[in-house]
Design a protein around this ligand. Structure first.
Ligand SMILES: [Zn+2]
Length: 530
């Protein structure tokens, strides 16, 4: 564990940051709760409205400015995404989706990323909040901007992935780059922040740092040795983790790594993706963080006192997602929320204890101290290769972006094109290398088999679909199968149709190792299909 006193930048770090008032802009659009990915889909935009309900009923509106952002336009989205892809998203709808068979395959729209009513407006709201948040930070209208509807880190330049369609994070960072020479992106979602990493893989103007489960897990990327390419070499930082990481283990690597990056990279703005599927008991996740453990990452990043964009991301156990993000909103606004959940429109979801807390469970932490140390030391080693606080040629100090800067940002997006090509050939090189080298730190023994190789194999070997991809929903399917098998063993019907929702919840709880009243709330079932 590292304390702020041992942080080389401790003169910037404020250990009592939770109490220090900061100007906070919070973005929320009540329409977000009206969109549904479909029956039984684990991604539920309602979680944003549940969080907002807590935020309001805790009285946080007195501590920050609340905005409804202007929805992002097609043109704005095209600053990162291809025109063709954005155009498709704006035109497709469930009733005419059968006219887009070719496009669905091309843009990876289907099971994980379904076409649903209002899809484009949903994307516009998510991206609008992140872009406007970034713009307000850049214009010094606030110190922290929050958009829980953002953080959709898997979306690619020309395709949807892992429940994400438009990458609001990349769009927000591009906005920050108009004013900031260097932006640090940190990702604490249980999944690798692949879309953001890929977008900035070849530049030193954005350093990406992702802490995620690695090994037989979506999206399959984010190896320790993926460090960036060309000018961006060593400006991508990946911390591959195993199942069951605890608050203590997480903190023992998160704080030293971030501290070291701050020391070497000296960013002038930070974007923190707060995916809450890294919490204990998440429906798709496999980590064991408590609400406070998750929030301490936010507190630590906040302590550096830089302009900070806080974004949402994954998170599939809704009552816990809303708890964590409400608590983190409080942290940003300098108010520690009391542990008693206030009465609000979703009150029954927070039973049986009605506490603002997500407790860890008894699952085993497969991240040994030695493993975490080895990875940490290698990441420190990589950072030593970086140019100290790389400067930006021709960068203009804060002000209205000129043509030169716009050109520079355009170049950056074009570099993203190259990055995709580079990565494709990098995969080949890696496969070649694997033939020769074995038993190294990041090889299969330590990190499991990466899905990226799997993805290539699927693509070549599956005749039915030329671009079959691993699904982010795999853990959910596996747990459902296990629950069904357990129910069959016990002589009970596999379907929960005849049992009470709470009984079904405890069966789920047993397979995920949840404790402490973490059974599925009655409302989850009802909400899933509404
Ligand atoms: Zn995730």
């Amino acid at each position: 564990m590292i304390k702020a006193e041992t942080n080389p930048l401790h003169w910037q770090s404020d250990t009592s940051s939770g109490k220090q008032p900061r100007r906070v802009c919070y973005f929320f659009d009540s329409d977000i709760g009206n969109y549904h990915y479909g029956p039984g889909h684990p991604m539920k935009p309602t979680r944003i409205r549940m969080c907002h309900s807590l935020v309001m009923n805790y009285g946080l509106y007195k501590k920050m400015e609340i905005f409804r952002a202007k929805p992002a336009t097609k043109r704005e989205m095209s600053q990162f995404h291809t025109d063709e892809y954005v155009d498709f998203l704006s035109r497709v709808s469930p009733d005419i989706v059968e006219n887009f068979v070719r496009e669905q395959a091309k843009f990876n729209v289907g099971d994980d990323c379904p076409v649903f009513d209002g899809l484009f407006e949903y994307c516009s709201i998510s991206a609008g909040g992140s872009m406007e948040g970034a713009a307000r930070l850049s214009r010094d209208k606030c110190d922290i901007a929050i958009n829980w509807a953002g953080g959709l880190h898997h979306a690619k330049k020309g395709e949807a992935s892992g429940f994400c369609y438009i990458n609001d994070i990349v769009l927000g960072i591009l906005e920050l780059l108009r004013y900031h020479p260097r932006v640090l992106y940190i990702d604490i979602d249980v999944h690798h922040g692949d879309g953001v990493e890929e977008a900035f893989y070849t530049t030193d103007r954005v350093m990406t740092c992702s802490f995620h489960k690695y090994g037989e897990f979506f999206p399959g990327t984010g190896e320790l040795r993926d460090t960036g390419y060309g000018k961006g070499r060593y400006y991508s930082c990946n911390f591959p983790l195993r199942d069951g990481i605890t608050d203590e283990s997480y903190k023992s690597v998160f704080e030293p790594v971030i501290s070291k990056i701050m020391e070497f990279y000296q960013p002038s703005a930070i974007v923190l993706q707060c995916g809450s599927d890294s919490l204990a008991g998440d429906k798709l996740g496999c980590f064991n963080l408590s609400m406070r453990g998750h929030a301490s990452c936010v507190d630590y990043v906040k302590s550096f006192g830089l302009p900070l964009l806080l974004l949402g991301g994954g998170g599939y156990t809704m009552r816990n997602v809303s708890r964590a993000w409400a608590y983190e909103t409080g942290l940003a606004a300098g108010q520690e929320l009391s542990s008693q959940v206030p009465v609000n429109e979703y009150y029954e979801y927070f039973g049986p204890d009605y506490k603002l807390d997500v407790r860890p469970n008894n699952m085993e932490d497969l991240n040994t101290r030695e493993y975490l140390e080895k990875i940490k030391i290698q990441l420190f080693e990589n950072l030593r290769h970086t140019t100290f606080a790389p400067s930006v040629q021709g960068h203009v100090a804060p002000g209205v972006p000129g043509d030169e800067e716009m050109d520079e940002i355009d170049d950056l997006v074009r570099e993203g094109d190259d990055a995709q090509d580079v990565r494709a050939s990098k995969d080949q090189r890696r496969r070649d290398r694997r033939v020769q080298r074995n038993g190294e730190l990041s090889d299969s023994e330590d990190e499991g088999e990466g899905g990226r190789r799997d993805r290539i194999d699927h693509g070549n070997g599956n005749g039915t679909s030329p671009r079959s991809r691993p699904s982010i929903m795999e853990p959910l399917r596996r747990r459902q199968e296990e629950a069904a098998a357990a129910a069959a063993d016990a002589g009970a019907p596999a379907s929960s149709g005849s049992s009470t929702p709470l009984a079904a919840g405890s069966a789920m709880g047993a397979t995920t190792g949840s404790t402490g009243g973490e059974g599925r709330a009655p409302g989850d079932v009802e909400m899933a299909d509404s």
